[in-house]
Design a binder for this molecule. Structure first.
Ligand code: NAD
Length: 455
C-alpha cells in the first residue's frame, strides 16, 4: 500500500520504517529539514534498537523515502498517518496545533480519496476536529474528495519500539460507522494483516473510544508507578523492603508483576503529558480526576527523592562535594531526555553547590542539549556539570555514585573496583539495581528506594 507519514519523530519514523519493512511504499514527511537531511544521508536522528537496520534495508529497496515536500508527500499515500507531536499547553491540555496543521496540509494537497489516521496521542474529539479542518480546506479549494479519519493510537515503548510495532499486544482502530468508515476499516485491516498472522490482535471500536483508550492505558501505567513509589517511601520509614512487597503482590494474577518498580519517578514524552492532558479533559468536562491528580503530585515529589536522601546524608550545602551520575535518559535503550528524572536531580545538586560528573551510554548528545537549555541562565551551575565518556571516568573524587537509569551495563559492576574508585564508597541507587545486604557486606553505604534493611 502507499503510505504517507506526516511527522518523522520517534513514532512516525518507527511506523514508517516498520510499514516499509513489510513491503509497503512509504514516504515520511517532516517540517524539520535537518532531520530529513540526516535520514537522506543514511543517518538516524534517534537511538532505537534495530531501527537503523530496517531503515537501511527499505531505503535500499526503494520502499522508504524521506522528504520535506508536503505537496508531493501528501499526494503519495492513500493512507496518511498523522504522527506529529502533541506537547502540553500551559494548562496541561494537549496542544493540537501540530496535528491540525498536518490536517490542513492534507486538506490542501490531497488529490483523491484518503484515509487519514491519527497516530499521535490526541484527546477525545480530535478526529472530529481533524475531519472539520480537512473539510474546510477542501471547501476553500472547491474540491470534493472523500476521506475518512481513523484513530489508531500507538502503544510502542521507546527503547523497544521496533519490537513493539512488529509484535503488538493489540492494534486499536477507531472508525466511523458510516460508509467511508467502513472503507477505512477494510484498508486498515489489510494494512495490519501481516501483524495478525498468528491471531487477530485488532480491536475495532468507535473513534472516541479509541482516542480515550490511549490515555486510559498511560494513566493506568503511571498510576501503578506512583502507587509503588508512594509505598516505597513508606517502606523506607517502616523498615520494609519494597522489592519483597513487589514480588508478594505481583504473584497475584489480578495484579501481575509488570510496572510495579519503585524508582525516581516516571519521565519521558508520554506519561507526564498524557496524565496532565487527561486531567485537563476531565476538568473541561466537569470531572475532577482525583486519582490522577495524586499520581501526578506523587511523581513530581518522587523526582526529588534522591536529592532528599543526599541532603539527609551530606547536608543542605553541597559545596565542595562531587557526585558521579550513571544514567541520564529517562529510561534505558533510548536517548530521550524529555522530563527525565536525571534533570531534576542534577539541577538540585548544582543548585546546592555540588559538582556533577554525568555519564549515559547513549544519551550524551541529547543530554548536552537538555542541560544547556535547563542551565541557560546559570553559567556557574553549568560549569560544575561535566559529561564523561565512560562510567569509570565519573568515579574518581566522587563522594557518591548516583544511579538514575537502569541501563543493563550498570547492573553488575565490579564492586571492588567501584569501591576503590569512589572517594567514599557511597551509592544512591534510584533504580534498586543491587541487594542492600550485599552492598553492605561489600563495604558500601547504600541508599535505595524503599529498601530499608529491617531494624
Ligand atoms: P517527536 O517530537 O519525536 O516527533 C514529531 C515530529 O513531527 C517532529 O519531527 C516534528 O518536526 C514533526 N512535525 C511537526 N509538525 C509537522 C507537520 N506539520 N508536518 C510534518 N512534520 C511535522 O514526537 P513523538 O515522540 O514521535 O510523538 C508523536 C506523537 O505520538 C505524540 O502525540 C506522542 O504522544 C505519541 N506517542 C509517542 C510515543 C513515544 O514513545 N514517543 C509512544 C506512543 C505515542
Amino acid at each position: 500500500m502507499k503510505i504517507t507519514i506526516v511527522g518523522t519523530g520517534y513514532v512516525g519514523l518507527v511506523t514508517g520504517a516498520c510499514l516499509a519493512e513489510i513491503g509497503n511504499d512509504v514516504l515520511c514527511l517532516d517540517v524539520d529539514p535537518k532531520k530529513i537531511e540526516v535520514l537522506n544521508n543514511g543517518g538516524i536522528p534517534i537511538h532505537e534498537p534495530g531501527l537503523k537496520e530496517i531503515i537501511d534495508r527499505s531505503r535500499a529497496a526503494g520502499r522508504l523515502q524521506f522528504s520535506t515536500d508536503v505537496e508531493a508527500g501528501v499526494a503519495h499515500g492513500d493512507v496518511q498517518f498523522i504522527a506529529v507531536g502533541t506537547p502540553p499547553s500551559e494548562d496541561g491540555s494537549a496542544d493540537l496545533n501540530y496535528v491540525l496543521a498536518a490536517a490542513r496540509e492534507i486538506g490542501r494537497h490531497m488529490n483523491g480519496f484518503k484515509i487519514v489516521v491519527d497516530k499521535s496521542t490526541v484527546p477525545v474529539g480530535t478526529a472530529q476536529r481533524v475531519h472539520e479542518t480537512i473539510r474546510t480546506e477542501l471547501a476553500r479549494r472547491g474540491a470534493a474528495y472523500g476521506f475518512s479519519v481513523v484513530s489508531n493510537p500507538e502503544f510502542l515503548k521507546e527503547g523497544a519500539a521496533v519490537e513493539d510495532f512488529m509484535r503488538p499486544d493489540r492494534i486499536v482502530i477507531g472508525v466511523d460507522a458510516d460508509e467511508t468508515g467502513h472503507r477505512a476499516r477494510e484498508a486498515m485491516k489489510r494494512l495490519y494483516a501481516p501483524f495478525n498472522r498468528n491471531h487477530d490482535r485488532t480491536l475495532y471500536m468507535d473513534v472516541r473510544s479509541a482516542e480515550f483508550t490511549k490515555y486510559a492505558a498511560n494513566a493506568m501505567l503511571a498510576t501503578r508507578i506512583s502507587f509503588m513509589n508512594e509505598l516505597a517511601n513508606l517502606a523506607d520509614s517502616v523498615g520494609a523492603d519494597i522489592e519483597s512487597v513487589r514480588r508478594g503482590i505481583g504473584s497475584d494474577p489480578r495484579i501481575g508483576y509488570h510496572f510495579l518498580y519503585a524508582g525516581t519517578g516516571y519521565g519521558g514524552s508520554c506519561f507526564p503529558k498524557d496524565v496532565r492532558a487527561l486531567i485537563q479533559t476531565g476538568a473541561e468536562n466537569g470531572h475532577a480526576l482525583r486519582i490522577l491528580d495524586a499520581v501526578e503530585a506523587v511523581n513530581d515529589a518522587q523526582k526529588h527523592v534522591l536529592i532528599h536522601k543526599i541532603v539527609e546524608r551530606f547536608g543542605e550545602d553541597l559545596n565542595g562535594h562531587t557526585f558521579a551520575v550513571w544514567g541520564l535518559a529517562f529510561k534505558p535503550n533510548t536517548d530521550d531526555m524529555r522530563e527525565a528524572p536525571s534533570r531534576t536531580l542534577i539541577r538540585g545538586l548544582l543548585e546546592r553547590g555540588a559538582r556533577v560528573k554525568a555519564y549515559d551510554p547513549v544519551s550524551m548528545d541529547a543530554a548536552r542539549v537538555a542541560f544547556a537549555a535547563d542551565l541557560d541562565a546559570s553559567p556557574d551551575e553549568r560549569a560544575r556539570l561535566t559529561f564523561v565518556r565512560t562510567e569509570g571516568e565519573a568515579l574518581p573524587n566522587a563522594d557518591a555514585l548516583l544511579i538514575v537509569t537502569e541501563w543493563k551495563a550498570f547492573k553488575s559492576p565490579d564492586f571492588a573496583a567501584l569501591r576503590t574508585a569512589l572517594k567514599t564508597p557511597i551509592v544512591f541507587d534510584g533504580r534498586n539495581l543491587y541487594e542492600p545486604a550485599t552492598m553492605l557486606e561489600q563495604g558500601f553505604e547504600y541508599y535505595a528506594i524503599g529498601r530499608a534493611l529491617p531494624p
